[in-house]
Design a binder for this molecule. Structure first.
Ligand SMILES: [Zn+2]
Ligand SMILES: [Zn+2]
Length: 417
């Protein structure tokens, strides 16, 4: 009886330890942040979204609460109410596309648990020529896209050959399909599954700026006509109109410039990454199908469903929960980023360049995995030997800080047991 009681006791203990199975988002290796039980996925810099929302909502509140009533008063009509309603509804739509840009899977390619076998990809481990990693896999492979040969790279962090146009985001630490860039303003990667929402977001924000700018001018003009005064006195009567004109004028250069740039990219079927990294004018762009078809393809084609089910249950596997200390993560710690969009794009591109250089130098010395995946730190000393080359490269891209942090962590890892 006693034995039985003990048994059931230990069983109960086992039952207690046996927690409910974790879900994919809880065991996620990327740097993403999840909300609502894995229903919403954001980048690690999602906090910057609060700033973005404030920068949009605050001027609209001032416009609707201060400028529009004045406009209605000057015109002695309901126009103020209408103008305010349109601005508020339009802002709500902008916030919705912002959420669709930020809160969904941008096109993450799920990681492999193990590197593919050379035989699986039709390669011999001792394939002559080309660069091979410590896995025995070639670092790049050639894939035909619309009759043009395109190089695809092996991602050591995700342990897969990236599909064409896919790139590893150094901030989110994931491979993202049709990677455009990581946008710090929306706190998410822009990729295959959210590019159109991102474009809708920047273009509609441009329209909102123009709308507010125009009606603030109408208000000032009306004040000048009514009181037969000059712009100075009108501005004194409605200083908020003046402030909003200045604010939207500055903002429209930024969002309008970005909209124009993306209109150019869409018309030529390029991504920001491709545009910054290599220019297609020196070689054929296999994705360019002509302006009209490019617009249809990018903005109106069916969005592929996500390759990740963040809420699916995963089997308990200690390897799944190891924190990945990837290079990208160290280079770009999660922080409130207020960098200019372009600056961050350069940084994201530079991080990728650095990764390439690192893998190239590493591969030449048979060390291509060091720094990318801690569990496979082959020849750590080699890493410090090549660090001066990487430092020189990093300096060019203004990434010294990230590197020195990384070196510190590497040193700590080396000193460890
Ligand atoms: Zn990757
Ligand atoms: Zn990202």
């Amino acid at each position: 009886m006693q034995g039985k009681a003990q048994l059931s006791d230990s069983n109960r203990r086992i039952m207690e330890v046996d927690a409910p199975p974790r879900r994919v988002y809880q065991a996620w290796k990327g740097s993403n942040l999840f909300f609502l039980g894995g229903r919403l996925i954001f980048g690690p810099d999602v906090r910057s979204l609060v700033l973005t929302v404030c920068l949009i909502v605050t001027p609209v509140i001032f416009f609707a609460a201060a400028v529009c009533p004045q406009l209605g008063h000057e015109f002695q009509s309901q126009i103020g109410g209408w103008v305010a309603s349109v601005a508020v509804i339009f802002t709500a739509c902008i916030l919705l596309v912002l959420l669709l840009t930020s809160g969904r899977d941008p096109g993450i390619v799920p990681r492999n648990a193990h590197p593919p076998e050379p035989e699986d990809i039709g390669e011999s481990p001792d394939w002559p020529g080309g660069q091979h990693g410590s896995t025995g896999l070639p670092l790049t492979r050639d894939v035909l896209v619309n009759g043009v040969s395109v190089k695809v790279k092996y991602c050591h962090t995700c342990m897969l050959y990236r599909p064409p146009r896919c790139s590893h985001c150094s901030i989110c630490n994931n491979c993202v399909e049709r990677f455009d860039h990581h946008c710090p303003w929306v706190g998410q990667c822009i990729g295959k599954r959210n590019y159109r929402f991102f474009f809708m977001f920047v273009s509609s924000t441009t329209l909102l700026c123009i709308y507010v700018f125009a009606f603030c001018w109408v208000n000032l003009k009306r004040i000048m006509d009514m009181h037969e005064c000059k712009i100075g006195r009108a501005l004194l009567k409605s200083p908020i109109s003046g402030f909003l004109i200045l604010y939207t004028f500055i903002a429209v250069w930024f969002v309008g410039g970005l909209t124009s740039f993306h209109l150019y990219l869409i018309s030529t079927n390029q991504t920001t990454y491709e545009n910054f990294r290599y220019r297609y004018d020196r070689k054929t762009n296999p994705y360019n199908l002509g302006a009209t078809q490019n617009f249809i393809d990018i903005l109106f084609s069916r969005i592929p469903s996500s390759k990740n089910n963040f809420r699916a249950k995963v089997k308990e596997d200690s390897a799944t929960f190891t924190t990945s200390l990837s290079m990208g993560r160290v280079l770009s710690p999660p922080k409130m980023s207020v960098d200019l969009e372009m600056g961050t794009k350069r940084q994201a591109v530079a991080a990728e360049d650095l990764e390439d250089l690192h893998s190239q130098i590493g591969s030449a010395m048979g060390l291509e995995r060091c720094g990318t995946e801690p569990p496979h730190f082959v020849g750590r000393k080699g890493c410090s030997e090549i660090s001066s080359d990487i430092e020189a490269f990093a300096e060019e891209f203004g990434m010294e800080r990230g590197l020195s942090e990384r070196k510190k962590i590497e040193r700590r890892t080396n000193d460890g047991p």
